[in-house]
Design a binder for this molecule. Structure first.
Ligand SMILES: NC(=O)c1ccc[n+]([C@@H]2O[C@H](COP(=O)([O-])OP(=O)(O)OC[C@H]3O[C@@H](n4cnc5c(N)ncnc54)[C@H](O)[C@@H]3O)[C@@H](O)[C@H]2O)c1
Length: 431
């Protein structure tokens, strides 16, 4: 193996930690930095701050190559390439909050031998303004590379090791070449371009995926009105190679730490540039309404929700993660509480912290016992193995809304449930 160059990774969240462990696996010494001292102390003890399949093993296997600190200096001393993986949450205006990125930029010393490699998702144009700031502050020797991240929570380790593509946006100097060399062992298709285009690739990729979700959710809603079954419709259109099968699962809407904020950021980026992005506006609005449709389905079955006990199965925004940022379960819980319902929640790893009034219990059985209805919110595989006839028998009313079309309608009805799903009017059965 060629000698691998040491790198720095600033921010040790989902993206930073996976990137750090992934490069350590490829043989790089990795110097991780985070302002969260508790997180760094935990990582030094081998404790992971997040749940991500395979990550604990990867970190453990590469412990001697991974170094953790709250101080930037070791990374600056040892590495030329400083990957930035700090959060970029939305502001009240919907623009990306770049204060953590700004803090990193401010902390950089003048240097002719370092480069910032931006993994955080930032609006197109951020790299240009960072380079301007560097130039104004006598740090014009600092190089800049945009290297957007496409990993998915729940399969982040595999996504790092087997990416669909690597995108490198740079000014054609040493830093872009160095990042390309770093990723070379992964043997992934490379898209090398300018910084602004690389930044836009990330935003456009997310927007394309969100558009497919809102599209199939709207098809599902029309299926409900016309008596068709969206699962069959999605299968039928997915076989078309021009369309493809992925991201055609109707459900209770998208959430997570990326899609909601990145759609808002792209919408605002367009608006700030004088363009009204009509499709994206519709995608966002459809998603907001989709999260609320379950309430109508419950009311159809139960009448007033006041005083009813509703069990939510799944809190994470998708399976195999503990991330609940912008999770549909939280919107649902909030709406149910405001309707006067009691809410009990179950999730194998995610916690309901921050949502007062919701009781979290350890098992599906405890969540559903005595409930008036259950809503399957996150398609955790564990839910396929539940003893549904026993669950139905122990509920006050055996009503289920399968918010992910995960369960088999006939089996659920045979188990004694009044079964409802998303866009499956044809299989809903008599009310
Ligand atoms: N989570 C994903 O699935 C995903 C996928 C692709 C891209 N992204 C993008 O990657 C970025 C990071 O996302 P995340 O989910 O890993 O965030 P995260 O909140 O899990 O982690 C961010 C980390 O940065 C640290 N931090 C903040 N300011 C810092 C500073 N000045 N110096 C050092 N550390 C600092 C925080 O303490 C935290 O540990 C975001 O821009 C996000 O949009 C995320």
């Amino acid at each position: 193996m060629h000698e691998r160059e040491p790198i720095g990774v600033i921010g040790t969240g989902y993206v930073g930690l996976v990137t750090a462990a992934g490069f350590a696996e490829l043989g790089n010494e990795v110097f991780c930095v985070d302002i969260d001292a508790d997180k760094i102390r935990g990582l030094e003890r081998g404790e992971l701050p997040i749940y991500e399949p395979g990550l604990a093993e990867l970190v453990e296997r590469n412990r001697e190559r991974m170094h953790f600190s709250t101080d930037l200096q070791p990374a600056l001393d040892q590495a030329r390439l400083l990957f930035v993986a700090v959060g970029t949450p939305p502001t009240y205006s919907g623009d990306a909050d770049l204060s953590a990125v700004d803090a990193v930029v401010d902390a950089m010393p003048p240097s002719d031998r370092h480069a910032l490699v931006m993994k955080s998702t930032v609006p197109s144009g951020t790299g240009a303004s960072i380079k301007r700031i560097f130039a104004e502050r006598g740090k014009g020797g600092f190089s800049y590379v945009s290297c957007p991240e496409f990993l998915k929570e729940g399969s982040a380790v595999a996504d790092f090791l087997h990416p669909d593509r690597v995108v490198v946006g740079d000014d054609g100097d040493w830093a872009g070449d160095a990042v390309v060399a770093l990723y070379a062992p992964l043997d992934a298709p490379l898209v090398r371009t300018d910084v602004k285009s690389a930044e836009m690739i990330k935003l456009a990729a997310n927007a394309a995926l969100m558009t497919r979700i809102s599209f199939i959710n709207e098809i599902a809603n029309v299926c409900e009105a016309t008596g068709a079954d969206v699962v069959k419709v999605a299968e039928g259109i997915g076989h078309d190679r021009r369309i493809g099968k992925s991201f055609l699962r109707a459900g209770v809407g998208f959430g997570g730490s990326c899609f909601p904020k990145d759609s808002l950021a792209l919408k605002q980026l367009a608006a700030n540039s004088g363009y009204h992005f009509q499709v994206l506006n519709a995608v966002i609005e459809v998603n907001e309404l989709q999260k609320r449709r379950v309430i109508g389905k419950l009311a159809d079955r139960l009448g007033s929700l006041r005083g009813k006990r509703i069990a939510l199965l799944g809190l994470a925004f998708k399976p195999h993660t503990d991330d609940t940022r912008e999770a549909p379960a939280f919107v649902l819980a909030g709406r149910l509480l405001s309707e006067g319902a009691g809410v009990v929640a179950w999730d194998p790893v995610a916690r309901i912290d921050g949502l007062a009034g919701v009781e979290q219990v350890a098992t599906v059985e405890a969540a559903t016992r005595g409930a008036d209805a259950v809503v399957l919110v996150t398609e955790w595989p564990e839910l396929a193995d539940v003893d549904w006839p026993a669950i139905a028998a122990a509920m006050r009313r055996p009503v289920i809304v399968d918010g992910r079309n995960m369960l088999d309608p006939d089996s659920m009805r045979a188990a004694g449930f009044q079964y409802d799903a998303i866009g499956r009017a044809a299989s809903n059965g008599p009310r």
